[in-house]
Design a protein around this ligand. Structure first.
Ligand SMILES: [Zn+2]
Length: 145
């Protein structure tokens, strides 16, 4: 009959299936007649499967998936914003260029277009600066959340 000391040492090997069939049979024979070792093996098995789950990482997988999805979504929105503002600014600048090419008397429309273009340019700079700032602080916000 195996001693309980050996049982404790071999518990993990038994659970991990690292024993030879003969060793496992001997181990199970002891378990059948020893309540203490049955309990400790049950406990070891529980801890082992818990550790296994954590290693495989079900909850962590979900966490990282959500993490990358949210990063991606934010990146998409950020890019969309920049494209919209850049497009608007380019349109306004093109208007200014057209006016400059066919330079005639200064009209209200030309001044308005120039003001509009300046506004878009300013907005573009502001948005880009804000996005760059957000990018810098993003990783800290995600950790806190
Ligand atoms: Zn025992």
């Amino acid at each position: 009959m195996m001693s309980c000391d050996r049982m404790e040492n071999d518990g993990m090997r038994y659970i991990d299936g690292e024993m030879t069939p003969a060793q496992a049979a001997e181990f199970e024979k002891h378990l059948a007649g020893c309540e203490t070792c049955r309990r400790s093996i049950a406990e070891l098995g529980r801890v082992d499967s818990l550790a296994g789950r954590m290693r495989i990482g079900d909850p962590m997988d979900v966490f990282w998936e959500g993490y990358w999805k949210s990063i991606y979504k934010r990146g998409e929105r950020r890019t969309a914003w920049i494209l919209i503002v850049a497009g608007a600014a380019a349109t306004a600048l093109f208007g200014i260029f057209e006016i400059g090419r066919n330079f005639g008397p200064v009209t209200f429309v030309k001044v308005a277009a120039a003001v509009l273009a300046a506004g878009f340019a300013l907005l573009l700079v502001s948005v880009v600066r804000e996005r760059v700032h957000q990018k810098k602080t993003d990783k800290y916000r995600d950790i806190i959340r």
